[in-house]
Structure formats: structure tokens, C-alpha cells
Design a protein around this ligand. Structure first.
Ligand SMILES: Cc1ncc(C[n+]2csc(CCOP(=O)(O)OP(=O)(O)O)c2C)c(N)n1
Length: 660
């Protein structure tokens, strides 16, 4: 039992580390760590199950600092509880180049940072994914190996962001009762009091989404502890509204927006030291306080050891599966299954839409991998993401492998990030390529964090037809290709689709998007190749020595390139066709390979039913681009291709015009 006096000193250690680090960096946000220090102290000294010496222990409780600007709260906790990555020097180096203590918590910089936060609202939505993963894996592996809580600290900003509603609604629907959110209810954001911009009754809002809510004084440790105990017994997710004072302890600035995002200044820090009776110098934590914190860090050592023993004693197959999946490795049988499937495709040469080809590839993949967890933002029949193995998950039955995310692209993408971060699962799910704009912030964070999430993005061009320009992506491929570390695939037929899926799965440290058609496409890969030809991003589909014309194309337009090739060859014009399923992988190839693929044909033409941006690297600024330069239109797709001039005839005419 921690006395009130000890609690106060432990919480004050967070406060002083935070205000001193922000002061030294001359940048950062002291208000939140000072205001939320009591909540964090109660959580980490009495409830959190975690082992600083084994930060990736799969069954640890997760703590997500959704209000990422308050990063010093997390860094203080990690230092105080004894995570080796966060030393006092790292705290002193807060916000400096190369420090683990970046401005906002960055996943991968230091153990103990469960996700990258900063874009408000993302953290709470990631946490929903983590809680889904916990629930799913508990169902699969049993409580012996998986049963933990997911805690979140969210601020007013997180709750004002729209994504939080998608996340909250999903969590409430799925009855994720091991998800506990602390709302740092301090009534302050950057512009001033919350009342200038928001009048939401947060309790009513959460309750309407099937949450349990509790209100406490966020500076009363016993009240906070009682609330957590109550929350842990709930059959619904719980939001604990903690009334706090931002910058608590600073005599003149507490409670004002002045402490939100600026250093307190030497005078105010001195006044705070006096007010809180804190003699220790900056960055020095009194030994009794540090000892108490380090003891708190040892609280779960026994629980971890017992868990390890249970894992050792588990059925060997179950244990192997658990360990493999948390290592992120794939089942060894995947390659041969995909190879066999490709062999069949080469024999039958089917011509499905690539969205259907993706479903067929997934049928093979989901048969081999138990860890894939599918879903769609209410477009299951359009995205073709559900296979025979993926029964729907329901609030009371998590034995399935498919999530109906509802019409919530942003929440879905953030939840997928949370599942991937949790470990043990590979989330993939579906939406329309056009609405990737709705999930872009989460896709960007997946790329920044380097995590494996796979977005099936169907209806990938004007080829979707009658739904018209609101639904026809034009600039989305280019926009997604602009995100570093994201692999954007646009396969041309069933074989390429299988290969792109294989690549997306194999890269465990980066996310992927797979752009797929609504319309049927002819098979362009007609011979069996053991090798994954898409792995280099671009390859010779039809070679020709001394080609006068090289046509580069992706996805549905490869068929157009192949037909143009036939026509040009018939006219005696030697022509090459290069399929470019993935720009990113192509640009990662050795220069010699890139040069050889780009080649030196006098005429280079790219065909893609999207904008030109990004293609000049391949075709040169003097190359010919056949694609879109405006929004699309509503009409039958074949007519649209003609209307916008994306046809084999247009390619032939352009080649001939260039050749003169
Ligand atoms: C999506 C997004 N928009 C804007 C910001 C910039 N921003 C950082 S903190 C903040 C205010 C947050 O207020 P609150 O959550 O109440 O935090 P507190 O003032 O209590 O620290 C804003 C607008 C951001 N980080 N993310």
C-alpha cells in the first residue's frame, strides 16, 4: 500500500522530470504530464501488469498515450519504472535529434512505447485494435496465455477528433470490456477553455456508444483506483473521466492554456519546486522516490515468470504457433501453397476482376495462415475480403476471423494498426481506393511505424464505371505512392495479384495497399513462373531486343499495353511491355536493374488510369503518358475508357506520332 505522501512524491517525480526536460529542450508540453501524473502513478503502481526487463512480453497490459504531445509523461514513467532504453540522459536529451525521447512518442524508438502518437485521436483508435487483438487471441489461445487490459490516456483533443467516434462506436459494439480509457478532463486545449469550441456531454456520448462511464477527481488516488477496479469488472469498455488541472502544481500557470505547450520558465519552475516542497535538482529523483518507482516496475516479475511457465507447458503445437506469430514469421507452407495456386492459374488462365482474384488468393492464404484477420468497412461483397475460413466476429463470439468495421474507414485503419502493434495477428481489410483518403492519416502512421497492415483497395479507377467521379480514384495511387515506406501494389491479373499478396505478407516491417479492379481483366501472365516476378516492382512482361517503343503499365492498363503491343508488332514496330506492379519495390532495386528495365527505347509510354504524377522518373519528362488529367465521369466503364482516351488505339497512335 502506497501512502498518500509517497504517492504525491512519486507523482511529483513525473511532474519535475517533465517540466525540467521541457525547460531544457526549450520546447514541449509540460501541462499534460503535470496534470495527469496522479492518474499515471495510480495506474503504474497499482494496476498495470508489465515487465520493464521484458518489454515485449506478449501478455503485458498495454498503455497508450493517445495525447502524444504529453510524451514526457510516458518517458518519465518508462525511466522511473526501469526500462533500459529510457535513461536519465535520454530524458535530458528530450526532443533532440537522435534521442529516443522524440517530441512525440515514436514506436520503435524505445521499448515501452506501444504506438506512435501525436496526431490526436489515433491512439485511442489504435487501442481499440489492441483490445480486439487481445480478445481474439484470448479466444484462440486461452486466458492462460492471453488476458490483459488495454489502458489509454486521452485528452480533450483526442475526443474532439472524429476518428474517436468511430473507435468508440466499434469498441462499444464489440463489448471490449478490457479497454479502459482515462479522459484527462482538464477543460483546456491550445486556444483556451474547451467551452469555446465544444459542448459535448462526453458521458452521454460514450454511454450512447455502449460504454460504461465513471467520473472522478483526477488528483485523488483512491478515487482513481476505485474507478479502475470498477472498470475492470465492467462488461463494457469504460471511460473514466478524470477531472484534472492542467499543469497541476505550477502556482501561477496551472489551469491555463499557458502550460499546454510551452516551457514553464525558470521562475515558475522555482515557484513550483517551492510549492511542492521539492528540493531535488533538475533530473535528479530522490532515492526513496526512485526506489519506490523501481519497485513498482518489479510488481509483475512473478506474473511474467508464471506466464512463461504456462507457455513452456502448453501443447507444443500451440506454443510453436503462439511464438511464431508473435515473432511475425509466416508459416513455412505459404510459399508452396502460393506456388501451387500460381501453377493452376497458368493452366486455367482465368480472367476475373483483380478484386475477385484477391479473394481467390486469400482463400489460399487464409487456409495456411491462422493469423490473418480480415474485414471491410461495410463493403464486404465489393472488396471480396471474406473467405471460407473467415467467419464473422460478433460481440459475443470472437472465434471468427472477420470484422465488420461498419462504415468507418479511418477507425478501421487505426484499429488495424493497433492489432499489428499488439502482435499475433496480421490485419487486412477492405475499402474503396477512393476512400483511402479517409484512412490516410492511419496508413501514414503505419508506414512511419513500419508495421504490417494490408489494405485491400478495390474499385481502383474509372473502370468502376457508373458510380462516377465521386467514386473513381484519379490521384489516389500517386498520393499513396508519396507515403514513404508504404508499398502500393496494382496487380494486372490473377497471377500478379497472388504475387502481390505474397509480398505484402512477407514484408513484416511495412504496410501495403493493393489496388484492385471491379472489372474483369484478361490473364497477362500465361506461363508458370516459380519466381515472384512482382518482387522487383517492375519487370519485362513482353521483351523485345532493340525495342523502338516501350510501354509501361499497371493493373488494368497492362491489358491495354499488351493489345497495343500486338497492334504495333503487326505494323512492324518492335515493342516491349513492362508491368509495374509496385513503384516502391522498383525504386529499391539496384540502379543497373532500374536502368535495364527503363531501357533506352526512343519512345516510352506509360499507361495508367490515374494522374501522371510519379511517372516521369520512368518515362522521362519527354515520355508520353496515357491516363487521366481530370476527374472521371459516370457511365459504363468501356465507354469511359474510350471517352478519356485510354485505349490500345490511343497507345498505338501516340507511338506512331512520336516515331514520326
Ligand atoms: C490531429 C491533430 N490536430 C492538431 C494537433 C495539434 N495539437 C496538439 S495538442 C492540441 C490540443 C490538445 O488539447 P488537449 O487534448 O486538451 O490537451 P491538453 O491541452 O490537455 O494538453 C492540438 C490541437 C494534433 N496534435 N493532432
Amino acid at each position: 500500500m502506497i501512502s498518500r505522501e509517497k504517492h504525491d512524491r512519486m507523482a511529483n517525480a513525473i511532474r519535475f522530470l517533465s517540466m525540467d526536460a521541457v525547460e531544457k529542450a526549450n520546447s514541449g508540453h509540460p501541462g499534460l504530464p503535470m496534470g495527469a501524473a496522479d492518474i499515471a502513478t495510480v495506474l503504474f503502481t497499482r494496476f498495470m501488469t508489465f515487465d520493464p526487463k521484458a518489454p515485449s512480453w506478449p501478455n503485458r497490459d498495454r498503455f497508450v498515450l493517445s495525447a502524444g504531445h504529453g510524451s514526457m509523461l510516458l518517458y518519465s514513467l518508462l525511466y522511473l519504472t526501469g526500462y533500459e532504453d529510457i535513461t536519465i540522459d535520454e530524458i535530458k536529451n528530450f526532443r533532440q535529434l537522435g534521442a529516443k525521447t522524440a517530441g512525440h512518442p515514436e514506436y520503435g524508438h524505445a521499448a515501452g512505447i506501444e504506438t506512435t502518437t501525436g496526431p490526436l485521436g489515433q491512439g485511442i483508435a489504435n487501442a481499440v485494435g489492441m483490445a480486439i487483438a487481445e480478445r481474439k487471441l484470448r479466444d484462440e489461445f486461452g486466458s492462460d496465455l492471453m488476458e490483459h487490459y488495454t489502458y489509454v490516456l486521452a485528452g480533450d483533443g483526442c475526443l474532439m477528433e472524429g476518428i474517436s467516434q468511430e473507435a468508440i462506436a466499434l469498441a462499444g459494439h464489440l463489448k471490449l470490456n478490457k479497454l479502459i480509457v482515462f479522459w484527462d478532463d482538464n477543460n483546456i486545449s491550445i486556444d483556451g477553455p474547451i467551452s469555446i469550441a465544444d459542448s459535448t456531454d462526453q458521458h452521454a456520448r460514450f454511454r450512447a456508444s455502449q460504454w460504461n462511464t465513471i467520473a472522478v477527481d483526477g488528483h485523488d488516488p483512491e478515487a482513481i483506483a476505485a474507478a479502475v477496479e470498477q472498470a475492470q469488472k465492467s462488461d463494457k469498455p469504460t471511460m473514466i473521466a478524470c477531472k484534472t488541472v492542467i499543469g497541476w502544481g505550477a502556482p501561477n500557470k496551472a489551469g491555463t492554456h499557458k502550460v499546454h505547450g510551452s516551457p514553464l520558465g525558470a521562475d515558475e519552475i522555482a515557484a513550483t519546486r517551492k510549492a511542492l516542497n521539492w528540493d531535488a535538482e533538475a533530473f535528479s529523483v530522490p532515492s526513496d522516490v526512485l526506489d519506490a518507482w523501481r519497485l513498482a516496475g518489479l510488481r509483475s516479475t512473478k506474473a511474467h515468470k508464471e506466464w512463461q511457465e504456462r507457455l513452456e507447458k502448453a501443447d507444443p503445437e500451440k506454443k510453436a504457433q503462439f511464438v511464431r506469430r508473435f515473432a511475425g514469421d509466416l508459416e513455412s507452407g505459404l510459399d508452396s501453397a502460393i506456388s501451387a495456386y500460381k501453377r493452376k492459374l497458368a493452366e486455367t488462365k482465368p480472367n476475373p476482376a483483380t478484386r475477385k482474384a484477391s479473394e481467390d488468393a486469400l482463400e489460399v492464404i487464409n487456409g495456411v495462415l491462422q493469423e490473418t484477420i480480415g474485414g471491410s468497412a461495410d463493403l464486404t461483397g465489393s472488396n471480396n475480403t471474406k473467405t471460407s475460413q473467415t467467419k464473422s466476429i460478433t460481440p459475443d463470439d470472437f472465434s471468427g476471423r472477420y470484422i465488420h468495421y461498419g462504415v468507418r474507414e479511418h477507425g478501421m485503419a487505426a484499429a488495424m494498426n493497433g492489432m499489428a502493434l499488439h502482435g499475433g495477428l496480421i490485419p487486412y481489410s477492405g475499402g474503396f481506393l477512393i476512400f483511402s483518403d479517409y484512412c490516410r492519416p492511419s496508413i501514414r502512421l503505419a508506414a512511419l511505424m513500419g508495421i504490417r497492415v494490408i489494405h485491400v483497395l478495390t474499385h481502383d479507377s474509372i473502370g468502376l464505371g457508373e458510380d462516377g467521379p465521386t467514386h473513381q480514384p484519379v490521384e489516389q495511387m500517386a498520393a499513396l505512392r508519396a507515403i514513404p515506406n508504404l508499398m502500393m501494389f496494382r496487380p494486372a491479373d490473377a497471377t500478379e495479384t497472388a504475387e502481390c499478396w505474397q509480398l505484402a505478407l512477407e514484408h513484416k516491417d511495412r504496410p501495403s495497399g493493393i489496388a484492385l479492379t471491379r472489372q474483369n481483366l484478361m490473364a497477362v501472365r500465361t506461363e508458370f513462373e516459380e519466381q515472384n516476378l512482382c518482387a522487383k516492382g517492375a519487370y519485362d512482361l513482353i521483351s523485345s531486343a532493340d525495342a523502338k517503343v516501350t510501354i509501361f503499365a499497371t493493373g488494368s492498363e497492362v491489358e491495354i499495353a499488351v493489345k497495343a503491343h500486338e497492334a504495333l508488332t503487326a505494323k512492324g514496330i518492335s515493342t516491349r511491355v513492362v508491368s509495374v506492379p509496385c513503384f516502391e519495390l522498383f525504386y529499391e532495386q539496384p540502379e543497373a536493374y532500374q536502368k535495364a528495365i527503363i531501357g533506352n527505347s526512343p519512345v516510352k509510354i506509360a499507361v495508367e488510369a490515374g494522374i501522371r504524377q510519379g511517372w516521369d522518373h520512368i518515362i522521362g519528362s519527354d515520355g508520353t503518358f496515357i491516363g487521366m488529367s481530370s476527374f472521371g465521369a459516370s457511365g459504363p466503364y468501356k465507354e469511359l475508357y474510350k471517352h478519356f482516351g485510354i485505349t490500345p488505339e490511343a497507345v498505338v497512335a501516340a507511338a506512331e506520332a512520336k516515331l514520326g
